[in-house]
Ligand binder design. Structure first.
Ligand code: FAD
Length: 261
């Protein structure tokens, strides 16, 4: 199928882009890896499409040594996240997770901002941001606001992004003392995850963040010694069926192992 007719806009500045977002039935086009299939199936019928791929300054990866903080532009492609030396050095768990997104062709087009705005519950990056305690910069004509990842995701494909807001950047403060593990279960390489988990270990405390298990990523805090029993309890309420609970448990246990038991 072909998409319904729309007007294509190619702004050259962020200011111009956010002004266009005030148009009726307007959508941002980033990598197009989720939006274009939806348009082709006519599940999404924007009247205006604002292509942000030509905006300067949104594809940077910057390390601030004074703040111990990594700043990632919304247009950073998944493949860049998976391979960039600064990401691999400071947030290797994020680089590892990005390498699990789809296939190379999808990773080379899909963007960080697009994945976060799309908020697929089985996607790797939204959960990564919740696990990492990231915050997002949202720009509109009335200025900018910063939102914590934990508040950004509201439910199935739902976020706090307003229709006239553009996600421009992500910041992650790097906790050097934490040890990380990541694991996901998928039917085939490149498929969306059936379940996945990030484990962050700090001393005797473990934070587990799941994706593909509920309508949005969620985190539970466990004490190292009681992780297995607590997992059973958490997943009884979080996952809808027995198979989903088993996948979620296996993903969590493997992520835990990788974070060091
Ligand atoms: C075959 C296939 C397999 C895939 N497998 C996976 C997978 O395993 N894991 C995974 O996570 N994803 C997967 N994806 C999806 C892929 O990661 C997409 O790149 C991602 O979901 C959306 O990013 P995008 O840049 O393509 O956004 P687009 O498709 O351009 O946009 C998606 C949505 O976000 C909005 N948007 C985009 N950027 C912004 C912004 N900066 N500010 C505000 N709104 C914005 C758009 O308006 C749209 O509503 C797969 C896709 C395909 C086609």
């Amino acid at each position: 199928m072909k998409p319904a007719p729309f007007v294509y806009h190619r702004p050259r500045t962020v200011e111009e882009a956010v002004a266009l977002l005030g148009l009726p039935a307007c959508k941002v086009l980033a990598g197009g890896q989720s939006l274009v299939p939806l348009m082709n199936f006519r599940l999404s019928r924007p009247r205006h499409l604002v292509d942000i791929n030509w905006l300067p300054g949104l594809d940077g990866v910057e390390w601030d040594p004074d703040q111990g903080r990594l700043r990632l532009g919304a247009l950073v492609r998944h493949q860049v996240l998976a391979t960039h030396p600064l990401v691999r050095r400071h947030l290797p768990v994020l680089a590892e997770a990005a390498g699990h997104i789809g296939h190379w062709a999808i990773r080379s087009r899909g963007t960080l901002g697009g994945s976060l705005a799309h908020a697929d519950p089985a996607a790797e990056l939204p959960a990564a941001m919740v696990a990492l305690g990231a915050r997002f910069c949202l720009r509109s004509q009335s200025g900018e606001r910063w939102v914590d990842a934990g508040e950004f995701f509201q439910g199935l494909f739902t976020t706090v992004l307003a229709e006239d807001e553009l996600l421009t950047a992500v910041e992650v403060s790097v906790d050097q003392s934490a040890r990380w593990g990541f694991y996901e279960i998928a039917r085939r390489v490149g498929d969306f995850a059936l379940a996945g988990a990030y484990a962050r270990r700090r001393g005797g405390v473990i934070d587990l963040t799941w994706f593909g298990v509920g309508p949005k990523p969620f985190t539970v805090e466990l004490q190292a010694g009681e992780a297995e029993a607590a997992l059973e309890q958490v997943l009884q309420t979080a996952a809808e069926d027995v198979a989903a609970r088993q996948w979620a448990k296996v993903a969590a246990m493997r992520a835990l192992q990788r974070a060091g038991r």
